[in-house]
Design a protein around this ligand. Structure first.
Ligand code: MEV
Length: 327
């Protein structure tokens, strides 16, 4: 039995545009998914006690069809199972063990589908735990690559390497197409997270942006403009010029909003954080619901978010410099 964990992340800049080759800067945060893998005779059995769901157990039959034994949050459960199923396929390929079976236990303090990289963290931790269980140890970069293939398969080919690379290696990273690197010397950023209790459908949101970009030159320009914001942000990162960083986060949120991926509750939390003095605030991840990230050195934005109607949870998130690890 092997347990591995991997961190979630927030996007300082660049989600969605990164899918089209623009750069993005996700940052790993100290909230982790832990996956325990135990080899078993055949098939795949998955238990998840805390994915902000009611807890569920799923067993795959020979054809790989999921049979959730609880009805709660079915679409989310099925989405999670899709990721685990693909992750196990990658493990079988990487270990040259096409028939390996696993009992997989998932625990996570990253809300599912809320923009904090829960699926990437589960996939990265699952690949690490299950390969180690079979006596094979992959490098974080190889895990990132295999986890990217999982996200790509589940999201119909519409995924970037950003979430999975960030979760596998930790810290603040820069991703542009296949070029993935760690950003050194960033220091800790005063992140505050607001969570509306909801979730977005990443595949549908990414497809919506793609449609807009295909149909309208101004939407394609909006995607490129996000890339410009990221490039400008990179010059500020590593300095203590939080004002400029925050201004660029605000700009990034406006552009994402124009692309239709914000929501009323995300906008409400963004404005609550700004009104309380955060230097910048934006949605993080695919959007549609879920989390915002604000930059605030004081605790004012955190307190304001806690009293904002529609904000279910607010917390500080420290940068996590460690990626996937064996527990
Ligand atoms: C989702 O966390 C981030 C997106 O940019 C999709 C991706 O990069 O794969 C929306």
């Amino acid at each position: 039995m092997v347990t591995s964990s991997a961190p979630g992340k927030v996007y300082l800049f660049g989600e969605h545009a990164v899918v089209y080759g623009e750069p993005a800067v996700p940052c790993a945060i100290e909230r982790r998914a832990r996956v325990t893998a135990t080899e078993r005779e055949d098939g795949l059995r998955v238990h998840a006690d805390d994915l902000k769901l009611d807890g569920f157990t799923v067993e795959y039959d020979g054809d790989g069809d999921a049979r959730p034994d609880v009805e709660a949050e079915r679409p989310l459960v099925e989405a999670a199972m899709g990721y685990v199923n693909e992750a196990v396929s990658q493990v079988r390929e990487a270990t040259d063990a096409p028939d390996a079976g696993f009992e997989i236990q998932i625990e996570s303090d990253i809300p599912l589908g809320a923009g904090l990289g829960s699926s990437a963290a589960v996939v990265v931790a699952a690949i690490d735990a299950a390969t180690r269980e079979l006596g094979v140890s992959l490098s974080p970069r190889e895990i990132a690559d295999r986890a990217y293939r999982v996200e790509s398969a589940v999201q119909d080919g519409q995924a970037s390497r950003a979430d999975t690379f960030c979760s596998a290696v930790g810290g603040a990273v820069r991703v542009e197409g296949d070029d993935c690197r760690t950003l050194d010397g960033i220091g800790n950023l005063p992140f505050v997270i607001g969570f509306d209790g909801g979730a977005g459908d990443t595949g549908a949101l990414v497809a919506g942006v793609r449609r807009l970009r295909d149909e309208h030159d101004f939407a394609a320009d909006t995607v490129s403009a996000i890339g410009d914001v990221v490039r400008e942000g990179e010059n500020v990162l590593g300095t203590d010029d939080y004002e400029s960083l925050g201004e660029l986060m605000n700009f990034n949120h406006g552009l994402l909003s124009a692309l239709g991926v914000s929501s009323r509750s995300l906008d409400t939390m963004v404005w609550a954080a700004r009104d309380a003095g955060a230097v910048g605030a934006k949605l993080t991840g695919a959007g549609g619901g879920g989390c915002i990230v604000a930059l605030d050195e004081s605790d004012d934005a955190l307190t304001a978010l806690k009293y904002t109607p529609g904000c279910e949870d607010a917390f500080r998130a420290e940068l996590d410099t460690e990626g996937v690890r064996r527990e």
